[in-house]
Structures are given as C-alpha cells and as structure tokens.
Design a protein around this ligand. Structure first.
Ligand SMILES: [Zn+2]
Length: 376
C-alpha cells in the first residue's frame, strides 16, 4: 500500500519529487560512498518522498541490500553490540564507527522500505539495545552518540560527544523500535531515574527545553517525544508545566500583526505564520515541524484548536516552497535544501494527521512498526 500523500493543490509535487529523487539518483554508484552522512541524506529523501505519496518500498526495493551493508554486529552472543555506521566510507576494520544517530537513520530507512524481514528475523535486537545501553551515561542521565574502545572488548561512552537531548531522543527512539513501550521495558537498558533528572535539568522556566536555560524548539520536541515514547513518565512535571510549554510553543509563531515587533532587528513581516526556534529569532521552516510535533504530542488542538496551523501552512507553501527547482528552503531568502524540504513536507503531513512525529515516520509505517513488527 502506497503512503497517503499530502493533499494540497498549492504544492508543486512533481518538482519536489524530482528534487528528492536527485538525492537518491546516485544511490548504488561509487562516488556516494564517500559522502560522510549518506544514511542521513537517504533517510531525509525517503521520508520526503513518502510524504508526497510515492510508493518508495517498490521503487527503491533494491536499496534494502545497500542499506543493510551499513549494519554491523560487533562481538558475539550475549556481549554483541550492533548498529549502523553513517556511510560505506566509514566501514573500517580497526575502528568502531557505528553511532546512535546512524542507527536510527538506518532503522527508519529500512522501515520505510518495508524490510520487515530485517526487523523480524535478521536484526540482533539485543545487540542494538546493548549498544544504546553502553552509550548511556548513568550518572549524567544522557547519552553519547558513539563509543570509545578502552580495552579489548571494552567500551565507554565517547567523551567528545555533547550530552544533550538530541542523543537522548535518538536512544529512546531506537529502543522503542526494538520493542520497548513503557518504563519497565526501557529500564532494562537505561537508568530511567537519571534520564528523568536529565530531562528535568533541561526544562526552562518558560515551559520550553534547552541547553543552559535557553529554551529551543528542537530540544523541546526531543524532550516531549522522549516522554511520548516512554509513555508512563509524564508525571515528572506537573500539568501546569505542560500548559506553559504549549504557551511558549504558540508564542514561537511569528505574526505581522504585532505592532511592538516592528523595527525589531529580528522581525521580518515576511515571516508571518512561520515558527522561530528560539525567542527573538527569524522564522525557519524546520521549526514548523519541531513546534507542530510538540504541540501535537501535548494535544494542543483539543485545548486551543488548531488555528495556528493555517498560518503555518501558508508560510511554508507561499514563502519557502521553490516552485521552479522543487524543494523547500529555510526561509523566503535561501535556496532549497534537502533537510528543510524533508522537515517541511513532514510538518505538512503531520498537520494532515499522516505523520508520526515522535518516531519521525509516515503514519502508516509507524503504525506497522507499532503493531505488527515488534512485540514488546
Ligand atoms: Zn532550519
């Protein structure tokens, strides 16, 4: 069954298709193996094509094999660890190149291509969970994205990786895709007490989440997605905190009807309807996704309606869509790029109820992953 496309006649679908396909066109060739972040590129392109309704699991069926070449099991039996490395260029014998981020991209891409055999029988599920577990820093509560080798068969979380909510989100999403659904499952691999403290530390007074007390829409989406996936830890904050989060998120939408903003150095009336990632910043199409995902998780539509979505759709389609080249840009000035194209299509799909933002998967793919593939 093909994915459900976004239905909006203002979208130049054919141009977006060509734009996204260009990023996949060289999939099996030699050159792309030197691209350091190939798995990320492939994932963004596949998600974008799914959002416009392309039957990618048929069109790119042959790529499953290529994607699987990025998967590696290290060690054996009860001590194995498993994951994906970011590019075939990083397939090195003497270095541990698997990372949490690449592992999530690899799993998402294989799910989009319906490689159910990988999930049902071929993956070393415990090995992947052990990898996540080894990246966990139980004292700090967060995760590194990769491991350092400290002795033969000995690993420790990489000291150079920043300890922020992005890695924590990626770790929890991987465990979810490996079958964890509630605290008792996740706690087999990570210390949920320290993880909860780590999430609480990133909460800001305003209701957003961020580093060093500055709330940021991307980190806020990560924090709420973590709580959504763990499912039974919402009580780490009182309800009043989540009300503030909704308010903070809605305030990130730029309006040209705000007289006190005119003349402000970070105010552009062309941003009307778009979302900013931080206070006093210009709108950026990708924050439409992070904010709508957060607002959806908090079931904001049931509380204050979804009026804000009309303005956002207008902004994304009228200001950031490139009808000539295809793709979407960050704002009304820049050239289109793959990341903002994927995130914008995902935001539009999220607003039509066809995208699962906490797993970053098209709704139908996420539903299959939740119900059929993996029994907790
Ligand atoms: Zn952006």
């Amino acid at each position: 069954m093909a994915p459900t496309p976004i239905l909006d006649e203002r979208l130049t679908i054919q141009k977006h298709r060509k734009f996204l396909q260009r990023h996949l066109a060289i999939l099996p060739s030699k050159h792309q193996e030197h691209e350091a972040n190939k798995l990320a590129i492939v994932t963004y392109a596949l998600i974008g094509l799914s959002c416009i309704g392309d039957p990618i699991s048929e069109e790119y069926a042959a790529s499953k094999k290529w994607l699987r070449r990025h998967y590696r099991v290290i060690g054996q039996g009860d001590s194995s660890i498993a994951g994906f490395f970011p590019s075939l260029y990083m397939d090195l014998d003497n270095a541990l190149t698997i990372s949490l981020t690449s592992t999530l991209f690899g799993l998402i891409s294989l799910l989009c291509l319906k490689d159910h055999k990988f999930f049902n029988s071929d993956v070393d599920r415990e090995g992947i969970c052990r990898f996540v577990s080894k990246c966990h820093k139980p004292e700090a509560g967060g995760f590194s994205a990769s491991l350092d080798i400290i002795a033969e068969d000995g690993f420790q979380p990489s000291k150079t990786d920043p300890d922020d909510l992005r890695h924590t989100y990626v770790a929890i999403a991987i465990l979810y895709l490996m079958g964890c659904r509630k605290s008792s499952h996740f706690s087999q691999y990570v210390c949920l007490e320290s993880l909860s403290s780590h999430v609480k530390e990133k909460a800001c007074i305003s209701g957003g989440f961020g580093q060093y007390g500055e709330p940021h829409a991307g980190y806020t989406s990560c924090a709420l997605s973590i709580l959504e996936l763990i499912s039974d830890r919402w009580d780490i904050f009182p309800d009043s905190f989540y009300d503030r989060t909704i308010e903070w998120l809605l305030q990130r939408q730029v309006s040209d009807k705000c007289p006190e903003m005119s003349g402000h150095e970070h105010f552009d009336p062309e941003d009307d309807g778009g979302f900013q990632g931080r206070e006093n910043k210009f709108a950026d199409s990708c924050y439409g996704f992070w904010c709508v995902n957060s607002l959806n998780i908090l079931k904001t539509s049931q509380k204050v309606g979804n009026e804000y979505q009309n303005g956002l759709s207008e902004y994304l389609i009228n200001k950031t869509q490139n009808s000539l080249l295809g793709g979407f840009s960050k704002n009304d000035n820049e050239d289109p790029d793959l990341y903002h194209t994927c995130l914008t299509l995902a935001a539009l799909s999220l607003m039509s109820g066809e995208f699962d933002g906490s797993l970053f998967l098209p709704r139908k793919v996420a539903d299959t992953a939740k119900s059929q593939l993996i029994a907790p």
